[in-house]
Every structure is written in structure tokens, then in C-alpha cells.
Design a protein around this ligand. Structure first.
Ligand SMILES: Cc1cc2nc3c(=O)[nH]c(=O)nc-3n(C[C@H](O)[C@H](O)[C@H](O)COP(=O)(O)OP(=O)(O)OC[C@H]3O[C@@H](n4cnc5c(N)ncnc54)[C@H](O)[C@@H]3O)c2cc1C
Length: 501
């Protein structure tokens, strides 16, 4: 393993000299079209879906082969240059935001389906393959890839693995972690690695589980073996209206408590249905305080029985109207609203920040009511869409990033939601990752010892801290600063053990 260059050597170079040095070195690794570094070419890479935070990298490498990925990593490691892997850049927590003194490693050209095994029900795909493209390739065999982030038309399986992404169907079929068997890739120093295996269990420590959800901090993935599941014979969706968010929240808990695991169980509040309806006309009830979408899939007999049971529970919980999709077109129409919730919010506001905390299902109504009070406190609007079945919230705080005061209030609003979620027994992230967005809130979620344990894992994989540095795990110093800010603001948090360091 080559030792990385010392910090002192880097410090002697100006940023442009350093950039010239890095570009010269990478030119030896890559064909000319696979390396860009002029500002007009690298600007499109300066952020991910969290557009409020930006940085332009020194260079963007666009390798086409694993040998080129390895060479780029080796070169960057030798020169002590941070590397940020990038899929489609749809992440919502700033995970793929470049390092201004680093190289962005775009895996966009790794877009081949390597093999579909209909007998073993698996697909081997390169990391830049879009999530939906896996299901499209598996469709002729009656199979599909179950985790379905709403961004599935664009996001890559490499990004899904890094974020342990979820989606509407993950309540029944599991998250990315439960649907990936093996990943192949490279460590920070360019060493080739493979985690997991074709069988359900692999010998040794479960490093696959560590790498899934590690947000590009432990290794760069180049190839993934995923499970495929049979396409259900039938799927039908219930759209239920409620005149009170508490009744809707309680209905979610009641469905699960009745022993039903729906194929999807989503909730939207009134501001969200209004935004969505104006955009896609999904037929949502605009008079409702909240609507639920509850999906059942399986054989026609199973679906009929489950739809009946779910409808009974929803009625008992006070649903004011229940509509059940009568055709595949109608089912897709119901979901078109939910799937377009984020772009619909983008139509009614210059910017939005999508939060991603979790809470116990029984607290859904409590958090919605708390968010309504925060709208007044921070003088900003918020639309809410929830993967309600697994208690994963997506409040979308609307703001204008050109107004620094609005951005500041939006950040405070977001932190308040995350910290209130923790106080209610939840977590700061359900599926979008921590990235740069939730670093402060990690100080609230975890003790210093817990964060240090995560740094220990990071150091074991990447001793020099070259992969996606400065993200995901807060330093002790950062937590201390955050604790002081909280104290100075005279903020009263709804729990008594912060700061825990
Ligand atoms: C409209 C919209 C809807 C969304 N809906 C959902 C949803 O329902 N569920 C959900 O979970 N997310 C959702 N997201 C968030 C996002 O799409 C997911 O996090 C997705 O997995 C990111 O994939 P990507 O290819 O865009 O990754 P990027 O944004 O490019 O990167 C995300 C992270 O993965 C790392 N990374 C990317 N590729 C690799 C690789 N090959 N090796 C190592 N690290 C890598 C990056 O460094 C970064 O930390 C949504 C986003 C948008 C914009």
C-alpha cells in the first residue's frame, strides 16, 4: 500500500497548483474524455438533490472499467486527495456533494446489466444501473427488484446500496440491505474487495451489512448482486380519507396491529395532497385532513381478503371515504400522486428541504401536530408525506435559498423536526442518509462513544479518511460546538439528556 502524501506537501501548493498536479496524475489513468476539470464542466456536479449545499470538485473522473476505478483510487490515495463517489446525484442529504479539494468519482458509465438468473432469481448489475432498469430487465422472466425509491427512474443501485434506500414496497419486501446479496468494489487505496456472497449467509463477519448504508465512506461499489422476486399476480390499492390527522395516524398503527403487512402504506397531509393534485390529478380527496394509500398484492384471493380486512380497520378508525382501485390504470393513478410528491412541492416553492426522520407509528399524529406548530415558529410552510407503515417521515420544508434568512430558518426547522423525532423515540434518518445535512442531529441521536465506534469502523476500512470525508459521523468538536449553540439559543429540547458528550 502506498503511503499518502503528507499534509505539509499539500499545504505548500495553491489550489490551482494542486488541481494541476491531480489532473496531470489522473490523465495517466484515464482516456481524455473520462476526465473533466474546467469549472463549466464540473459545475453540474457541485451538489446532489440537497441543492442548498454546494462545492465544486478539483476534477471529475468518469471511468468506464474497474481497472480505471482502481487506478483513480490508487492515484488519489498516493496524492492524499479525497474521493467522493457519485451515482445519479439524486441523494437528498448532500452525500455526493463534492469535496472542494477532492475528486468526484462518477460511476455513471457503469450502466450494464451483467446477468439475470431467472432460476436463482438474482441479477448481477453494474453500480450505475438505474433502480428501475433492473426491474425492466427482469420483467420478461416475471420477476422484479422490490426496493422502489420514488427516484427509481434515475437513481443508481450503487447509490441505493450506499444509502440503504427504501421505498413504498419496502414495508413488505425489505430495504436495500435485505435485497442485496453481494457487492464488489474497491477500498480507498484501490484494493479490490467483495462482501457477501450468492448464498443467504456468508462466512466471517457481516461486512456486507456494514457497507450497505455506509454512504460512500468505506468502499466504492462497482458491481452488485441483487435478489429478484416474482411479480405478484395482482395488486390493488385503497385510498382512504380522514378528517383528522390523529385518526389517520392511529389507523396506520391499527392496520399493522391487526397483523396485516400491506405492500405499501403511505400517508399525505392536506397541503401535500393539494400540491400533488394540482400537478398530476391523481384523484385525491382535497377536503381530507390526511389520506392513506394502502396496497395489497398477491393472488387475487389473497388480495380480496386483505383489502376487505384493511377496509374494515380503516372504517373502524374513522375513514370518511374509501376508494379501492378497480384496474391497474387506476392503481397507478393513485400512486402517481405519491410518487410525484417531491416534484409537486418543487412547483409551489423555489426550494424545498426534504427531511427523513423516523418515529414509532403510534406517534405519527403527534409529530404532524408538532410540525404544524413549527410552521408558525419558523414562519415557513411544510408539506408532509410519510412512509407511514414504517414510521418514516418526509416533511418537505418550503423556502427560498436565495434568501439567507429563509435558509437559516429552514435549517432550524429541519433540526427541530429531527430532534423532536428522536425525543419521540425515533431516529434522524430513515432512508436518505446523514450526508452533511444531519451531522448536528447525529450529536443528538448518538453518544460520543457511539459516534467514536463509527469512526473506528471508518478507520478500519479507510485509515487515512480519503473516502467522502467530513460526512455522516460528527466529530466530538462539532458536537461540542452544536451543544454550545443549542445552549446559547436558550433552546429547550423536548428531552433532558442533550448534549450527551
Ligand atoms: C424525487 C426524489 C425522490 C426520492 N425518493 C426516495 C425514496 O423513496 N427512498 C429513498 O430511500 N430515497 C429517495 N430519494 C433519495 C435518493 O434518490 C436515494 O438516496 C438514492 O439511493 C441515491 O442514489 P444516487 O445514484 O442518486 O446516488 P448519489 O446521490 O449520487 O449518491 C448518494 C450517496 O451514495 C454514494 N455513492 C453513490 N454511488 C456509489 C458507489 N458506486 N459506491 C460507493 N458509494 C456510492 C455517494 O458518495 C453518496 O454518499 C429520492 C430523491 C429524489 C430526488
Amino acid at each position: 500500500m502506498n503511503a499518502p502524501a503528507t499534509l505539509a506537501q499539500h499545504d505548500l501548493l495553491s489550489k490551482s497548483e494542486r488541481q494541476a498536479q491531480v489532473v496531470r496524475a489522473l490523465q495517466a489513468d484515464l482516456p481524455p474524455h473520462a476526465l473533466i476539470w474546467h469549472a463549466e464542466d464540473t459545475t453540474p456536479y457541485e451538489c446532489d438533490g440537497l441543492t442548498a449545499y454546494r462545492a465544486r470538485p478539483m476534477a471529475v473522473a468518469l471511468p468506464e472499467t474497474e481497472a480505471q476505478v482502481q487506478a483513480v483510487l490508487k492515484t488519489c490515495h498516493r496524492l492524499g486527495v479525497p474521493v467522493v463517489a457519485r451515482g445519479a446525484g439524486t441523494g437528498l442529504s448532500g452525500g455526493a456533494m463534492p469535496d472542494a479539494m477532492g475528486v468526484t468519482l462518477s460511476l455513471a458509465k457503469f450502466n450494464k446489466i451483467v446477468a439475470i438468473d431467472p432460476v436463482g432469481r438474482t441479477a448481477t448489475v453494474q453500480c450505475g444501473v438505474r433502480n428501475l432498469a433492473i426491474s425492466e430487465a427482469a420483467a420478461p422472466y416475471g420477476l422484479y427488484y422490490a426496493p422502489d425509491p420514488s427516484s427509481q427512474i434515475a437513481c443508481t443501485i450503487g447509490g441505493n446500496v450506499a444509502e440503504n434506500s427504501g421505498g413504498v414496497h419496502c414495508l413488505k419486501y425489505g430495504l436495500t440491505l435485505h435485497n442485496v446479496l453481494r457487492v464488489r468494489g474497491f477500498m480507498a487505496d484501490g484494493e479490490a474487495v467483495e462482501f457477501g456472497g450468492a448464498a443467504l449467509d456468508a462466512p466471517g463477519l457481516d461486512l456486507l451489512a456494514l457497507v450497505v448504508g455506509s454512504e460512500g465512506m468505506l468502499a466504492v461499489t462497482t458491481e452488485v448482486l441483487v435478489k429478484l422476486v416474482p411479480k405478484p399476480q395482482l395488486a390493488r390499492c385503497i385510498m382512504a380519507s380522514f378528517d383528522d390527522v390523529r385518526k389517520a395516524g392511529d389507523a396506520v398503527a391499527a392496520v399493522i396491529a391487526a397483523g396485516i403487512i400491506p405492500a405499501g402504506l403511505e400517508m399525505m397531509d392536506k397541503p401535500m395532497t393539494a400540491a400533488v393534485e394540482d400537478f398530476v390529478r391523481a384523484g385525491y380527496d382535497l377536503s381530507a385532513a390526511a389520506i392513506l394509500l394502502c396496497e395489497s398484492d398477491g393472488t387475487p384471493e389473497e388480495v380480496e381478503e386483505e383489502i376487505g380486512r384493511m377496509s374494515d380497520v380503516l372504517r373502524r378508525c374513522g375513514a370518511t371515504a374509501i376508494a379501492v382501485s378497480e384496474s391497474e390504470d387506476e392503481r397507478l393513478k393513485f400512486w402517481s400522486g405519491r410518487k410525484n410528491a417531491f416534484p409537486a412541492s418543487g412547483r409551489i416553492s423555489p426550494d424545498y428541504m426534504c427531511l427523513d426522520s423516523t418515529i414509532p407509528r403510534k406517534r405519527l399524529a403527534d409529530i404532524l401536530l408538532a410540525i404544524q406548530q413549527m410552521e408558525v415558529k419558523y414562519n415557513l410552510r411544510c408539506c408532509n408525506v410519510f412512509h407511514a407503515g414504517d414510521g418514516n417521515l418526509h416533511p418537505l420544508v418550503l423556502f427560498d435559498a436565495n434568501d439567507p434568512d429563509q435558509l437559516h430558518r429552514c435549517e432550524l426547522f429541519g433540526a427541530d423536526i429531527l430532534e423532536t423525532s428522536v425525543a419521540m423515540g425515533g431516529t434522524v434518518s430513515g432512508e436518505h442518509g446523514v450526508g452533511v445535512e444531519k451531522l448536528n442531529s447525529m450529536c443528538v441521536q448518538f453518544t460520543a462513544a457511539e459516534n467514536e465506534a463509527m469512526f473506528g469502523v471508518k478507520r478500519a476500512f479507510d485509515p487515512e479518511g480519503m473516502l467522502n470525508p467530513g460526512k455522516v459521523i460528527p466529530t466530538l468538536q462539532r458536537c461540542a460546538e452544536y451543544g454550545k449553540q443549542v445552549f446559547r439559543a436558550g433552546k429547550t429540547l423536548p428531552f433532558d439528556d442533550l448534549p450527551r458528550f
